[in-house]
Design a protein. Sequence first.
Length: 337
Amino acid sequence: MKTIIVTGYGVRIRFRKGVFVIEKKGDPPRTFSPVDVDQIVITTSGVSISSRALRACARLGVDLVVLDHRGDVVARLVPMYINMTVETRRLQYEAYLDKRGLDIAKWVLASKLANQAETLRYLAKSRRRSRVSDTLRDHASKIEQKALAVELVRGVQLTDKIRQELMSIEAIAARYYWDALREVIPPKLGFPGRDPDSADVVNLSLNYMYGLLKITCMRALMLLNIDPFAGYLHVDKSGRPSMVLDFMEIFRPLVDKTLVLYLNRNLDKIGNVLEGLRLRPEYRGELVKLFVTLARSTVRVFSEAICLETAIHRASKMLRDYLHGRGVLRTFHILLC
């Protein structure tokens, strides 16, 4: 996917003579053919876009996303053609009332835990014969044991009690996972552990990259007419895209791995990326580029080498096909290359 990242202040996006034009005073204009653009991501508030460019995005199917400083989606342009049928959504709602809803919740959690264990083992490879390597491998094994516990959860539908049972398993695995990751995050960064409300650079960076992952997962689900707001693990709440939050759990560990490697390789650059309690716009732009690189990176899923973005679309298709009774849910274990 070709993503155009728009950041900075005083930037204008126009559509002229069949191409997108991005202009900033003092810089030469940049032009992009619609054929080469799948997504435009606006990361700062000092950007304007013409109505002609908006119409072009809608007509040509270009995904236009506006982020806030945390990486959360403030707005998204959704072309009308995306919601042409409601059949999948009806099946999605019905699944909540029978065993399929429980199966989907278990699939999400089992896949997430498998990928957390895979991430720890991947990070352990470069630290062979060390205490840190032993810790990473030991905690990976403990997470895999919790994944087995997910398979043992039984029921005829997804009740509040069963959801709580699944979330308790996830919470225990999360403690193993983040305790292990703290071993490979530079102490200089003061990472206290995973806390979405913390103002340290690691948690803020994770929040931002998870926001970018949310964009990608939402697009994959909406292209298959899956309701992004009707989830299974995450309870319904006004304005909360619960299905997206469920689905993206599968892929969060890959974001974690990518950010940990980036922080270790660029530690000398991280000291000046905070502006009060938020990330500087320039650093946010770097995180967007980092995520785009991750989305294009090669992984292995069911013995096939594909890019991560394709893997996300494959997982959404597996979910859609299961709802239609045309397939089964296999643990979406992603092997890191």
